[in-house]
Ligand binder design. Structure first.
Ligand SMILES: [Zn+2]
Length: 386
């Protein structure tokens, strides 16, 4: 049996809406706490779903209840434990280097299932700084500093050296990364910094005037690199680019797209003008425009123009399965309320809007047509003021 499997017995059981919680005579499990998630593993043949500490007792969540006194073989998922230890020790390094070399304090941290983050007390940080930071940390990984974990009585603790003051008394668990960090910490850690492999910052976000830095370490960093490479390969394959040319090419494609969109808008405006002209030749108060194949933006452009003439404009777009109702604001009818109420009565589509414009979406073209005919009929017969 390896070091993470123990034979023990169930000492108590309780139940809540999450499931069945058990205490063990001897638990090797790390309970969630200090920014680190709980261990995974099994008790007997049951997966451990969560581990929480309550009044000093470690409670293990299972989907089924075991009886008190049951002997059980308890196993910890070592890969998950190792991964959490790596992400957590990586946080020690990030926090230590940011504080000692850059004067930036860590305010909080959390280890997630995908990535981990620290909130740091600085208003701004850019990717050039991040690259330099990653380089500094990589050197500490290459130098393979030992990580010592030991317990000493509180009076022996070198308090001024502590990364963060502690008000714990009795025996204090110290985690010391030689030459880098001296910390009172109850989490799990690697034995040497070389075991971290690599730390990669994945995002920077402004929060509460500070920066939230997200990172991955160890195998997570390797996987992140592999995913990024795969994404890049798809782009290279599509655009025949290389790492050196891809940025320029993507910007170029984006510029072309913006220009095309501008051209399309100009063309749509021309088409709209022509179509509006046709609609306005009929002396109708409620003007209907049906766009069977055109883009949604063209349909709305057309009915905006119709509405500007003082008519109540109804537009149907078949590709988006949407209906639009609009006027210029001079009419008494609140089309948003009208449309929502009418659709509710017909029990098709969903929509609403404000006083002068509204839209609805349907689940099929036939529903759209039914809605359109009924809306137009109601608007025409609705005793609207002319
Ligand atoms: Zn720690």
């Amino acid at each position: 049996m390896d070091q993470h499997t123990v034979n023990t017995i169930v000492t108590s059981v309780k139940q809540d809406n999450k499931g069945h919680w058990h205490t063990l005579e001897n638990s090797p499990f790390y309970a969630e706490g200090g920014g680190q998630p709980a261990d995974r593993g099994s008790i007997g043949s049951h997966d451990v779903l969560d581990v929480q500490i309550e009044n000093g007792e470690v409670w293990h969540l299972l989907s089924e209840g075991l009886s008190t006194g049951t002997p059980v073989a308890v196993r910890i998922d070592e890969d998950v434990r190792r991964d959490h230890s790596i992400q957590h020790t990586a946080q020690h390094l990030l926090t230590a280097i940011l504080e000692d070399r850059h004067g930036i304090r860590t305010l909080s941290f959390g280890i997630g299932e995908e990535d981990s983050s620290i909130e740091i007390e600085t208003a701004a940080m850019d990717w050039t700084q991040i690259e330099a930071l990653e380089q500094e940390i990589q050197q500490l990984i290459f130098d393979n500093h030992p990580v010592h974990v030991y317990e000493i009585p509180d009076e022996k603790v070198d308090r001024p050296r502590l990364r963060k003051a502690t008000n714990r008394t009795g025996m204090i668990r110290i985690v010391e990364i030689e030459g880098i960090d001296y910390n009172a910490c109850g989490g799990t850690h690697v034995e040497m910094t070389g075991q971290l492999g690599m730390i990669q910052v994945t995002s920077l976000k402004k929060v509460r005037g500070n920066i939230r830095l997200t990172y991955v370490a160890g195998n997570r960093a390797l996987k992140a690199t592999q995913r990024a490479r795969e994404a890049l390969r798809t782009i290279h394959h599509t655009f025949s680019t290389t790492n050196e040319t891809v940025a320029a090419r993507v910007i170029e494609e984006h510029t072309i797209r913006l220009e095309r969109e501008k051209e399309i808008k100009t063309l749509e405006e021309r088409i709209a003008k022509a179509k509006v002209k046709a609609v306005l030749q009929e002396d109708n108060y409620v003007a209907l425009h049906v766009g069977r194949t055109e883009a949604e933006t063209l349909t709305t452009a057309i009915i905006e123009r119709i509405a500007a003439t003082g008519r109540i404009a109804v537009g149907a777009n078949y590709s988006a399965q949407k209906l639009f109702v609009m006027h210029d604001g001079t009419h008494d009818i609140a089309v948003g309320t009208f449309l929502r109420a009418a659709l509710q009565e017909m029990q098709i589509g969903r929509g609403g809007g404000n006083h002068k414009q509204a839209q609805a979406r349907f689940t099929s073209v036939s529903e759209l047509e039914r809605g359109m005919e009924e809306i137009v009929r109601r608007l025409q017969e609705g005793g609207l003021p002319c």
